[in-house]
Design a protein. Structure first.
Length: 595
């Protein structure tokens, strides 16, 4: 049994030392199980569900390691009301001396009261999908064009629609109801994810699937109106954490594709609500040269293990005093909120996951994104004719630039580094996020862009021909060397391509060509698109972290389509020609005949 602070777990511990004849105390505990826990406890748990987020069922099922992935159990649907399931488990656990149900009985309990994951969806072919979106015609290389067609066709297999039961009986599901069908990342990521959806939406817009893209955006607007922010993904165990805030940029992409001002007018108050959440709940004051600046950080108020990675979190915290366990869990939730789960970026020292202190790092990319949100909100207000509101966001941009340039920008290096609030120092290691302000075009003097290109060329990040790695440090975590991730390639390439210098534009094309080749080679080998790739292999999927590499894959497809659209006239598959493929078997059999 692991230590923890939740009320129901305290009850399980209490039961442990009681005999079954002490009915009154047992009844007291039982009552406590179904009562709302005190506010302090509630704030520290990932959600209110005593089955999926806290409590003895979660704890025992995850500790028993019945499934390869801890996400499996928390994605199951209940066959009976939560209080019936809790009571049944209580009854079952009474049969065992210390209330610990043995694995075979746990399995029986799960099959009686839970359904396998995934039953809450029906597959759904987006009705706005059609064979030949225009952008395909812009791809000169025949093999890349055929491949782009296959990627475009993947939207059909990644479409999901929730069954009516999710709305009618939310208490039976860990899935969060959303009104419109979605395109999911794929693999273990069965539900929608927040920042992934930005690249998915951009891909859908290229594929001329405007209705599907709008539906996904409307889901996110719905979530902001319900929660005040957008949860990390579509499950209740993500209810207290978000992900990098890309909704405003999704709306911008949609607006550029459709010029739909009415949609913009309807969405804008909700976008501002989300912006306020980040400014109220995710900001921090930082002193620099006697001036106080406000910047943003990831900071989740949950101090227990992540339900979907429960045993990883429990094992990682083993041996720590309770207060440090809670702090570590809080910073793991915050790391998950950053989208970079996990990375040496969030390690305070000694470069291991156990030293994760995400909430104490002021991230360069989050602040670049917030700046871009401020610029975009100013633009939206201008489009809708509200000059005063536009000025308000322009002033926020001015303050943001001053803060980023005082705290994150390093003129000697030519990059924006994450700032550590504990050591009051910049992290000078290479991460693609050090150039996020170039992508966001958030800097005050043009020469800063050129300095950043010089910085990039001076790192060893460009030495790899299969993509830019997430860092140059091999920590064993997913968001470090040797993994390269689609959104980071896109932000880097997009930023370089928008700089005025030809040199930067040429580098953008080189990186686009490398990335397309990596994706294409892996596709030829595996007939699949992966969530990440390994910079060391020619077409090798990435690895490391908490789970197996996943296929599908929403943002990979979105980024590949965007690059194929942007550079389609010049990109080359660089691989084997069709004639080579046809002739090769003949050559091989001829050679064999001579042996
Ligand atoms: C649990 O046990 C009580 C008392 O024995 C019984 O009344 C109840 O039906 C049981 N509930 C479930 C769900 O097994
Ligand atoms: C409870 O009992 C099981 C099986 O007898 C044992 O493996 C486990 O360590 C016990 N747990 C505690 C907390 O005593
Ligand atoms: C945001 O802050 C408000 C006010 O401090 C608090 O009540 C709320 O729980 C916070 N929300 C999240 C998700 O952190
Ligand atoms: C970190 O490593 C140093 C040197 O190896 C060691 O002295 C120190 O105790 C370590 N700190 C922690 C918190 O483990």
């Amino acid at each position: 049994m692991t230590s923890g602070r939740s009320h129901s777990r305290a009850c399980a511990l209490l039961l442990l030392s009681l005999t079954l004849t002490m009915h009154t105390l047992v009844c007291f505990c039982l009552a406590a199980l179904t009562l709302t826990p005190p506010a302090s406890v509630q704030a520290a748990s990932p959600c209110d569900s005593e089955i999926f987020c806290t409590g003895p069922i979660l704890q025992q099922v995850q500790n028993a390691k019945l499934f390869d992935d801890d996400k499996y159990f928390v994605d199951m649907k209940l066959r009976a009301a939560p209080d019936v399931v809790s009571l049944a488990f209580h009854n079952l656990s009474k049969e065992f001396p210390n209330a610990t149900v043995p694995p075979d009985r746990l399995k029986g309990f799960l099959s009686a009261y839970f359904e396998e994951p995934g039953t809450e969806f029906e597959s759904w072919t987006p009705p706005d999908w059609h064979e030949e979106p225009t952008f395909l015609g812009r791809i000169a290389d025949q093999q890349l064009r055929d491949w782009a067609k296959k990627i475009h066709a993947l939207w059909k297999s990644l479409g999901r629609k929730m069954r009516a039961g999710v709305q009618d009986h939310p208490e039976l599901h860990s899935l969060i109801y959303a009104p419109h069908p979605v395109v999911v990342p794929g693999g273990r990521f069965r539900e929608f994810y927040y920042w992934d959806s930005y690249w998915v939406v951009n891909g859908l817009l290229l594929s001329e699937m405007t209705d599907t893209a709008r539906g996904m955006i409307q889901n996110f607007l719905h979530l902001v109106n319900r929660y005040g922010f957008i949860p990390n993904g579509g499950r209740i165990y993500y209810e207290r954490r978000s992900q990098p805030p890309f909704l405003t940029l999704m709306v911008e992409s949609y607006y550029h594709a459709t010029k739909d001002k009415e949609f913009l007018r309807d969405a804008l108050p909700t976008l501002e609500k989300e912006y306020s959440f980040w400014m109220r709940n995710r900001s921090v004051a930082v002193q620099a040269n006697g001036v106080e600046h406000v910047l943003n950080r990831y900071h989740v108020q949950v101090e227990s293990p992540r339900p979907e990675s429960y045993t990883d979190d429990v094992e990682l915290a083993e041996g720590l005093p309770d207060a440090l366990k809670e702090q570590l869990w809080m910073d793991l939730h915050s790391g998950a909120e950053s989208g970079w789960d996990f990375s040496s970026r969030w390690f305070l020292d000694n470069r291991t996951l156990r030293h994760t202190r995400t909430s104490q790092i002021v991230p360069s990319d989050l602040n670049a994104l917030m700046c871009l949100n401020e610029k975009t909100l100013a633009f939206f207000h201008t489009v809708l004719g509200d000059g005063a509101a536009s000025d308000r966001y322009d002033r926020a941009v001015t303050r943001r630039l001053a803060a980023m340039e005082s705290v994150l920008w390093d003129p000697g290096s030519g990059a924006w580094f994450d700032y550590n609030l504990v050591t009051n120092a910049k992290n000078r290691d290479f991460y693609p996020s050090n150039l996020a302000p170039v992508w966001a075009r958030c800097y005050s003097r043009p020469e800063m862009g050129d300095l950043a290109v010089k910085y990039l060329k001076g790192t060893h990040a460009l030495d790899y021909h299969n993509g830019v790695p997430s860092s140059l440090f091999e920590s064993g975590q997913q968001w470090d060397f040797p993994n390269a991730w689609p959104p980071l390639q896109h932000m880097l390439i997009d930023g370089l391509s928008k700089l005025p210098s030809e040199d930067a534009n040429a580098l953008a094309f080189t990186l686009a060509q490398r990335w397309i080749k990596t994706n294409w080679m892996a596709y030829v080998k595996y007939e699949a698109m992966f969530e990440k790739y390994d910079v060391n292999g020619d077409g090798k999927p990435g690895g490391g972290g908490e789970y197996e590499v996943q296929l599908g894959f929403g943002w990979t497809n979105g980024v590949a389509l965007q690059l194929l659209n942007q550079y389609g006239d010049r990109l080359s598959s660089g691989g084997r020609s069709v004639t080579f493929d046809l002739l090769m078997p003949l050559v091989v059999s001829a050679a064999l005949a001579f042996m």
